[in-house]
Design a protein around this ligand. Structure first.
Ligand code: APR
Length: 172
């Protein structure tokens, strides 16, 4: 998929119109990528998040980007891995589906994702990558408005997992 790329880096530096935050259901900040995005965006992001009344796992809510390069932040709480028999796979798929739908509704044409749920929430990274890439590719097959989807990986292991999945979809 020429509109989908996997890169390694810090998502707060992404030049896309929107970046996705691997949030928690309170939307009141945290560690990991959530902490990095709030630090880079500044305190106004939290002020706006406080008006949203939280967000259910697998759902997505949009805010401004404030001091970030990105114009928007789309916040989505991923599932906490509990062994795989608690609907975690479907909830993770919903994170990607709902973020991309919300982007489409707001006519956002470039978006960057982190590897949702594979840090503090301990979702196995290979399984997460297969779910994420499957959802991104199937969205792009049915959407012509989106111009670029980036997966921004923070470390090599994560990068290898997502890039290996992306290569499975490259048409021979
Ligand atoms: N840019 C890109 N990716 C990052 C960054 C960053 N600046 N910082 C961390 N990551 C990566 C992690 O290495 C991991 O691969 O994001 C992925 C998701 O990890 P977490 O940020 O821990 O998110 P998650 O596993 O979804 O857990 C969410 O953690 O930070 C809290 O408030 C958050 O409670 C929520 C929970």
């Amino acid at each position: 998929m020429e509109r989908f790329y996997v890169t390694k880096g810090d998502i707060v530096r992404a030049k896309t119109q929107a970046i996705v935050n691997a949030a928690n259901t309170s939307l009141l900040g945290g560690g990991g990528v959530d902490g990095a995005i709030h630090r880079a965006a500044g305190p106004e992001l939290l002020l706006e998040c406080e008006t949203l009344g939280g967000c259910k796992t697998g759902e997505a809510k949009l805010t401004g980007g404030y001091k970030l390069k990105a114009q928007y932040v789309i916040h989505t709480p991923g599932p906490i891995w509990r062994g795989g028999n608690w609907g975690e796979e479907e909830l993770l798929a919903n994170c990607y589906k709902n973020c991309l739908q919300l982007a489409r509704q707001h006519e956002i044409t470039t978006i960057a994702f982190p590897s949702i749920s594979t840090g503090v929430y301990r979702f196995p990274v290979e399984l997460a990558a297969s779910i994420a890439v499957r959802e991104i590719v199937s969205f792009l097959e049915n959407d012509q408005q989106m111009e670029q989807v980036l997966m921004v990986c923070f470390d090599d292991t994560t990068y290898q997992a997502y890039e290996a999945e992306r290569k499975k979809y490259i048409k021979a």
